[in-house]
Design a protein around this ligand. Structure first.
Ligand code: ATP
Length: 218
């Protein structure tokens, strides 16, 4: 379903989020107080407007509460990020996702009521470290400090076995939430007990980090 997004800050992170959302078919408005950046992105999103995110008048005139979500992509200027977040919350923005530069910045954003805080540099750094440490890992999403979702190429010791044979849920509390067949791009969501892991399959599983790490894919 087509949604509408406001991206505040057209730096590397904000412009990448904005372009991708637009390519995915959504309505995307981008604002930045740097006119050159706005000109650069203007052909790649629905609307690009030069505006100051720390001005209540500007935010009001954009109708921030009408957007399905707002991505606050100001990182370096922590003061501007926090002030913009407060104004957006006061103007009843529905869902704010804010980028944080440091843990403390993130804590403040969280405390004032921002719905989701992301740390792109830290998270990408962790992902790269995990993929170097365990080359079978294609992706890893940390749900919390304890739990993650991993996407791994099925290790040899799992090939030929059924979900029941692997018994990951009883042994480690790990649930296999999807099996993706390499040939044909077929994804089996919520695989059944008798479904077999074939060579090249991609396993998507959720569980506690300490158990996910115990398996041979890690
Ligand atoms: P990135 O790493 O994504 O390039 P960054 O972490 O360096 O960004 P900033 O440079 O602080 O973050 O901010 C990103 C963008 O936000 C910049 O293009 C900047 O012009 C814009 N920006 C900063 N303050 C404001 C503001 N008050 N109003 C509008 N845009 C702003």
């Amino acid at each position: 379903m087509k949604k509408s997004y406001l991206v505040i800050g057209a730096g590397r992170f904000g412009s990448s989020v904005a372009r991708t959302l637009y390519e995915l078919g959504h309505d995307v408005m981008v604002i930045d107080n740097n006119e050159t950046l706005i000109q650069q992105i203007s052909n790649e999103v629905t609307d690009a407007i030069t505006a100051n995110a720390v001005s209540e008048t500007s935010l009001k005139s954009l109708g921030v509460r009408d957007f399905d979500a707002i991505v606050l992509a100001i990182g370096f200027d922590i003061q501007a990020s926090i002030m913009a977040a407060i104004l957006l919350l006061e103007l009843e923005a529905k869902h704010i996702i804010a980028k944080a530069q440091t843990e403390l910045h993130g804590k403040v954003l969280h405390k004032i009521g921002v719905h989701r805080v992301v740390y792109p540099e830290r998270d990408m750094g962790q992902k790269i470290a995990h993929s170097l440490n365990a080359p079978t890992i294609i992706d890893l999403i940390e749900l919390s400090e304890e739990y993650s979702v991993v996407e791994v190429t099925a290790p040899e010791n799992m090939v030929g076995k059924t979900i029941k044979d692997l018994d990951l849920r009883a042994r480690y509390g790990i649930s296999v939430i999807a099996l993706r067949r390499n040939n044909g791009n077929k994804t089996n969501i919520s695989p059944a007990a008798e479904d077999k892991v074939l060579p090249g399959d991609i396993i998507v599983a959720v569980g506690e980090n300490k158990f996910l790490k115990k398996l041979e894919w890690v």
